[in-house]
Design a protein around this ligand. Structure first.
Ligand SMILES: [Zn+2]
Length: 283
């Protein structure tokens, strides 16, 4: 997988990221709509309607500011102030990032949250936008417990198989769902299947997100035993690494306590990707 990513990256193509202009356009359009509709100035007569409209005003303004924060991050990535692609953090001491892809999952995500709490561990969950739409309450609980949420595209699309326009739509739609349902703007994207190339990382950056890969693949998706997953995860795990797991596999739930015990023995604390980079979640 990593090999393929490197090959793809070598085939660098120059494209101009279109998304910042698009985001600015959306922000401007929303601002105009809000202004034109008079949400901030009109006072409807019944108190019920006032509350309703104020809630909508606040919601609309929050979305505009979240999209502005995407634009700011996009500029920071363009200027090299943020990583375009993250493959670990060699400078990190005593910490390793845990990541879970493919949720939220009503069966497995709550079980994983319980185990993480028991070990006082934090993780980044790369969520599929369509699943956030159907299980927003579970995603909200992930946030509430201090974990981080990143994008895993809207429909688990293999980005390298898409046209730039389709990539842009997959990425934008997932961020928009996370923003509108959870009130945070994701700063990180894990490409499904780890399949990325220069075009996907440019478009991801234009949306204000870094492309996040991994250093330690648990292989939980195709493993047949807990011990196989635990061994694959821990054999090379070291400070600054990124562990790939899935909150959509039963064996992962069984392996997780052993993985966390193993990390403790290696004196490694499980943290989110942003914490690994020395930042607060979603910053
Ligand atoms: Zn996935």
């Amino acid at each position: 997988m990593k090999q393929e990513a490197v090959v793809n990256n070598a085939a660098r193509t120059e494209i101009r990221p279109r998304a910042p202009r698009k985001i600015a356009g959306v922000a401007l359009a929303l601002g105009l709509i809000l202004g034109a509709s008079g949400w901030s100035s009109k006072r409807p007569e019944t108190s019920h309607v006032v509350v309703h409209n104020e809630a909508r005003t606040e919601f609309g303004e929050n979305l505009v500011s979240l999209r502005r924060s995407r634009l700011v991050r996009a500029r920071e990535i363009e200027k090299g102030q943020r990583e375009k692609v993250i493959e670990g953090s060699p400078a990190a001491k005593g910490v390793i990032a845990l990541t879970f892809d493919d949720g939220p999952n009503p069966e497995f995500t709550p079980k994983i949250l319980k185990i993480l709490t028991r070990y006082n561990a934090r993780a980044t969950f790369f969520m599929i936008g369509a699943r956030v739409e159907t299980d927003a309450d579970i995603a909200m609980e992930v946030l509430r417990q201090g974990h981080e949420i990143g994008s895993h595209t809207f429909s688990h699309a293999r980005l390298t198989k898409l046209s730039p326009t389709q990539m842009d739509q997959e990425i934008d739609r997932c961020s928009t769902v996370i923003e509108s349902r959870l009130g945070i703007s994701p700063t990180l994207l894990r490409p499904p299947g780890g399949q990325w190339n220069a075009t996907s990382s440019e478009i991801t950056a234009a949306h204000g997100m870094s492309t996040v890969l991994w250093t330690d693949n648990s292989g939980d998706f195709e493993s047949e035993s807990v011990s196989q997953i635990v061994h694959a995860t821990l054999s090379r795990a070291q400070a600054g690494g990124i562990i790939l797991l899935h909150d959509s596999v039963d064996l992962t739930v069984q392996a997780l306590p052993k993985i966390l015990e193993g990390l403790k023995k290696k004196k490694l604390r499980a943290v989110t990707i942003s914490e690994l980079l020395g930042r607060a979640n979603h910053q």
